[in-house]
Design a protein around this ligand. Structure first.
Ligand code: HEC
Length: 506
């Protein structure tokens, strides 16, 4: 035992020491080769005449853009953090070797607020080979074509799209008076009109939270084909009220708004009469590099026409075959829950925070229209019958439980994935063969046997070896699973492998 531990201690000391040395040299080499122009604090020498490296988008993502800049230099007009420069950076590839460039860029990419991964000498070597024929400094266009900046993260979070595909309106309707036909979360935080089945006479409302980086005056540029309106913090800021093509003068509105640092509710309404459709929105202001798009459509790039793909609409009523999914605020579970309505009349809500099934109910799913309350904090109730709060359901553990996402089969039925400590779990919650039957298959991969709370806090009556009555209305069937039941809870002992829990309406 002893013999075994000595070398590993020695080894880790060596690693520790060498990483200290390389961090130190990164800084020293930066002082020697870069700081005269980019300044010791990375903000650009001579009061910002030279471009900054602190928070520069040129250093984000893969390191190749920065490596090539150092190897061959950069000249002509260059944009950094929204500001233009027209200077020249001399090539340094002949002066600094691979190890040194790797150390410098590792230092630069992890200093002054930059949080990018380390750069290795092997990456410099590969980059030298890739650009071996180059004899002149790069121009911005050439370099960014090969190594584009990563797409910036959208400043809108929790963006939900409500689509209204029923009924024709002569002008922008009052959306609080009509019902949405589908609700979806826009995971990229950008407005878009993808996957909407209707081509004409449909409305869309987006609601989310806009992240304001600094207090000050912001300019919003809204354009749409046809009508649209922008609301911030519950107030209408500007609106496009005529019918016409995206980007044309009559369809473009500019608004200047004073906003406080922090988050503010944002709401965008859109109505399409006939013909083509598109909506574009951007903003600029303090703390925003240049002009930032808040939509996927951009009026001047020409891709503002919707491609005709087979529509995938998430409807809030299960169709005869497909299941319905709703992933937003639902009463009785945590924010960020996933509610699923199966066509056989079984519905459940799953908390992606706790990785637990919180509510089970039968019949109708949920009401579609969550109405704008001015602050966007509305919640929806499950409708339907036999609502069963399962109460603290899920794995009983001190280890972290982490939701990893879900996949949908062709009938839009989800299989959820999460980890419980070192074990990974897939949790398929599918409709059974008969009406009002839900079959849950838990597959555990790992070395540990886990405790699982099937229900707690509701009346439980054991019927036989494998069947339990829950709150007088539902039946839970547990073949071959060791279970410990008492009058208001059932706890299971789940070994690695597959376990089936069947819930059916009595
Ligand atoms: C002689 C001055 C000078 C030196 C030394 C210099 N640079 Fe630059 N650097 C510039 C200038 C000027 C630009 C902008 C070029 C333009 O306007 O076309 C630039 C641009 C850059 C950019 C892209 C734009 C940005 O601000 O993010 C990076 C990355 C960069 N330099 C990194 C370095 C690194 C790393 C070193 C040290 C190895 C270094 N530079 C040394 C002058 C210099």
């Amino acid at each position: 035992m002893k013999l075994h531990t000595y070398p590993s201690i020695a080894c880790s000391l060596v690693v520790f020491a060498s990483s200290l040395v390389s961090a130190e040299t990164g800084k020293q080499l930066y002082t020697t080769y870069c700081s005269a122009c980019h300044a010791p604090d990375g903000k650009g020498a001579t009061g910002g005449t030279f471009p900054p490296l602190a928070k520069s988008e040129w250093l984000t993502g893969k390191p190749d853009r920065a490596i090539q800049t150092v190897l061959h230099g950069l000249t002509g007009e260059v944009k950094v953090l929204g500001k233009s420069y027209n200077l020249a950076m001399p090539p340094q590839g002949a002066v600094i070797n691979d190890n040194q460039i790797a150390s410098i860029l590792t230092y630069v990419r992890s200093s002054w607020g930059n949080k990018e991964s380390a750069v290795t000498p092997a990456q410099i070597k590969t980059a030298r080979i890739a650009s071996a024929k180059r004899t002149t400094p790069w121009k911005e266009q050439e370099l960014l074509k090969l190594y584009p900046h990563p797409a910036p993260k959208s400043p809108i979070s929790d963006l939900i799209r409500y689509t209204y595909e029923e009924g024709k309106h002569s002008k922008m309707p009052d959306f609080s008076k009509i019902k949405s036909t589908s609700v979806e979360e826009e995971h990229h935080g950008l407005l878009n009109l993808k996957n909407i089945a209707a081509k004409d006479n449909f409305g869309v409302v987006w609601e989310g939270k806009l992240n304001i980086p600094k207090s000050g005056k912001f300019t919003f540029n809204l354009s749409s084909d046809d009508e649209s309106a922008l609301y911030l913090n519950g107030k209408k800021v500007t609106a496009v009220t005529s019918k016409g093509a995206l980007g044309s003068n009559s369809q473009r509105k500019i608004a200047k708004v004073n906003l406080q640092q922090g988050t503010t509710p944002i709401r965008i309404e859109f109505y399409e009469h006939t013909g083509q459709q598109g909506i574009a929105l951007n903003w600029s202001g303090p703390g925003i590099p240049g002009t930032q798009w808040l939509s996927e459509d951009r009026p001047n790039t020409g891709n503002n026409r919707r491609k005709k793909k087979p529509p995938v609409v998430i409807d809030l009523t299960p169709t005869s075959k497909e299941s319905a999914i709703y992933n937003h605020f639902l009463n009785g579970t945590t924010p960020r829950s996933l509610a699923v309505g199966h066509p056989n009349g079984t519905n459940f809500a799953f908390s992606t925070k706790n990785c637990s099934m919180d509510i089970l109910w039968s019949g109708k799913f949920i009401s579609a229209g969550r109405h704008w309350t001015g602050r966007g904090t509305g919640r929806t109730d499950p409708i339907g019958d036999n609502k069963l709060p399962l109460g603290g359901q899920g794995f009983i553990t001190d280890a972290p439980v982490q939701f990893k996402g879900y996949s949908l089969n062709t009938l839009r039925q989800p299989t959820l994935r999460y980890t419980v400590g070192s074990s990974s779990v897939t949790d398929a919650i599918l409709p059974g063969n008969t009406n009002h039957e839900l079959v849950r298959t838990l597959t555990i991969k790992g070395n540990n046997t886990l405790k699982f709370s099937a229900v707690s806090g509701i009346p439980v009556k054991q019927l036989d070896n494998a069947n339990y009555e829950l709150a007088g209305s539902w039946k839970l069937t547990l073949p071959n699973t060791p279970a410990e039941a008492n009058k208001d809870s059932i706890t299971l002992t789940l070994a690695p492998g597959t376990h089936t829990l069947t819930y059916s309406l009595k």
